[in-house]
Design a protein around this ligand. Structure first.
Ligand code: ADP
Ligand code: GLC
Length: 499
């Protein structure tokens, strides 16, 4: 046993997103960068994800591998194509191709309407990933699943363990990136997932007469993590737990919050190929150029003295769009500020930001859509980064903003509380501006405070920027903590004693 752990530990990530192939938000960033950090610690970490039709094999240099046959429950046999990306020094990624499930435009939904068969789609992903491992005789010591889409895999692994199947000997880790999405499905998916009625109980998958995928994963994963210490505390109680806090409390001994890292190979103003000029903490002249070019690109008045606020976000209630709608028009009426927005999401929110750009021409610019390169240019060109999230499990955007010297203005919740240091007006220190009550007056006051600091205490802004740019949320330390968990869970079933 000891010997197995000391050989390269084999960890399979099974996930619905992985940058740069498919990403809706920070989940895709984490599934790309955590395995990379683990590999540099000597772990044989690999990823399995769907081949969505947005992932063109030629564009990403994917190689076709022998297909696999998946025996889903109820005798349904699904043939899946398998593709692989394994460039030198890269994290190997297996892509599961299944046109009926994955070639339909969206990842989770069709323009906001959730696909009704998500439990089947991502259930197939997990079963195919397991089959690929068996076919290649690469049996992981640990399977690491992420959020509701792949949370059912630890439940299936429990069933496989009981049946004596080899993948049942792996340990499992579930990371909760966002507890508010739980993945509900009609109970009819149980058969397809190969799960009997014994798993459809209130302490397993069942919730309000339906399957709750996240709940199942929380019951059966050997270890559960979430992505910041403060969010870990928040979801152990209501309302943060979204109805699952009691269930999670039963697993408290196996649950921990580990702060995400940022990938500074991708997000680094000293080397970022997507921004017009490079800069570093000691010399910010390049940031002035980035701001000017951003103002020009977005059709904003070109005035270096006006603070430019940036938003890059999924436009959804979580991100504080309600607060933004309540506060931004009044703030723009009273404060000397400009705003650049990049986002996509709920129709009403998109319309609000379109309207705002029309109502404040030259002062507000809105781009609706998903645009990675523009996200980098906003991080580099803005002075402040707005993130008034109602809740935020970790948040990567504020970490990137800090690295780019773009001071975050945030609601002190979850990972935002853990990563942003409040401005100390007496000392001129801190890395951002935080408000503690998710209410319009608090948000408005904090925006005013940031603008006033910009105008009245520019030396504080310079000092804060330098401080912010020196902060690091490196993956290495967090990856070490995951490794400790992997070692523990890998040992749990390895003997096969229960099988
Ligand atoms: P979440 O995962 O909740 O969306 P995070 O802050 O953890 O929040 O991660 C957001 C990630 O998604 C960042 O990498 C950010 O740059 C990116 N992102 C969000 N919206 C967009 C968009 N419209 N265009 C480009 N990138 C985006
Ligand atoms: C989720 C959360 C976000 C977190 C990301 C990566 O999307 O909303 O806060 O940073 O996952 O863990």
């Amino acid at each position: 046993m000891q010997q197995m752990v000391e050989q390269a530990l084999k960890v399979l990530f099974v996930a619905s997103e992985c940058a740069p192939y498919a990403k809706c938000g920070g989940l895709g960033d984490v599934v790309a960068s955590l395995p990379k950090a683990l590999r540099s610690l000597g772990v044989d970490a690999r990823v399995a994800m769907p081949l969505y039709d947005s992932i063109a094999p030629a564009k990403f240099g994917l190689e076709a591998e022998p297909p696999c046959l998946v025996n889903a429950g109820g005798g349904e046999i699904n043939g899946c194509g398998v593709w692989r990306r394994a460039g030198p020094g890269e994290v190997p990624v297996w892509f599961i191709e299944h046109n009926r499930f994955f070639a339909r435009g969206g990842i989770y939904d069709d323009h906001g309407i959730e696909f009704g068969d998500n439990a089947f789609r991502f259930g197939l992903l997990g079963m195919a990933a397991a089959q690929v491992c068996r076919d290649r005789e690469w049996l992981p010591d640990v399977v690491h699943v992420h959020d509701w889409p792949t949370a059912v895999l630890p439940v299936q692994m429990d069933a496989w363990r009981r049946a004596g199947a080899p993948l049942g000997r792996a340990g499992s880790v579930l990371t909760i990136h966002n507890q508010s999405y739980q993945g509900y499905s009609h109970a009819s998916a149980l058969g397809y997932l190969g799960l009997g009625p014994e798993y459809f109980t209130a302490d397993a998958l069942e919730s309000w007469g339906k399957i709750n995928l996240l709940k199942g994963g929380m019951a059966f994963a050997d270890a559960i993590t979430t992505v910041s210490p403060t969010y870990a505390k928040e979801i152990l109680a209501e309302p943060g737990g979204n109805g699952l806090s009691a269930h999670l409390n039963k697993r408290a001994a196996d649950f921990t919050g580990i702060l995400n890292g940022a990938d500074y190979e991708v997000w680094n103003p000293e080397a970022d190929r997507l921004i017009p000029a490079h800069y570093r903490a000691e010399s910010l002249i390049g940031k002035v150029v980035c701001k000017q070019e951003l103002q020009e690109e977005m059709g904003l008045e070109e005035d270096a003295t006006i603070p430019l606020f940036g938003i890059v976000a999924r436009l959804t209630a979580q991100k504080g769009t309600g607060l933004m709608r309540a506060v931004l028009p009044a703030a723009l009426d009273t404060l000397r500020m400009h705003l650049v927005v990049l986002g996509a999401g709920e129709g009403d929110d998109e319309n609000f930001f379109r309207w705002l750009a029309g109502a404040y021409p030259g002062r507000v610019a809105t781009t609706i859509g998903y645009a990675d390169e523009l996200a980098h240019r906003i991080q580099a060109g803005a002075d402040f980064f707005l993130m008034p999230s109602l809740f935020e499990p970790c948040g990567l955007s504020q970490m990137y903003a800090l690295r780019y010297g773009t001071l975050p203005v945030v609601h002190a919740t979850g990972g935002l509380e853990d990563t942003v240091e409040q401005y100390n007006e007496g000392e001129g220190t801190g890395t951002g501006f935080k408000f503690y009550e998710a209410a319009a007056p608090a948000f408005h006051d904090t925006l005013s405070w940031a603008v006033e600091t910009w105008q009245e205490r520019p030396s504080h802004i310079t000092r804060m920027r330098e401080q912010a740019m020196r902060v690091r949320f490196d993956w290495e330390m967090s990856a070490q903590r995951y490794l400790e968990i992997y070692r523990r869970v890998a040992a749990k079933h390895a003997s096969g004693a229960e099988a």
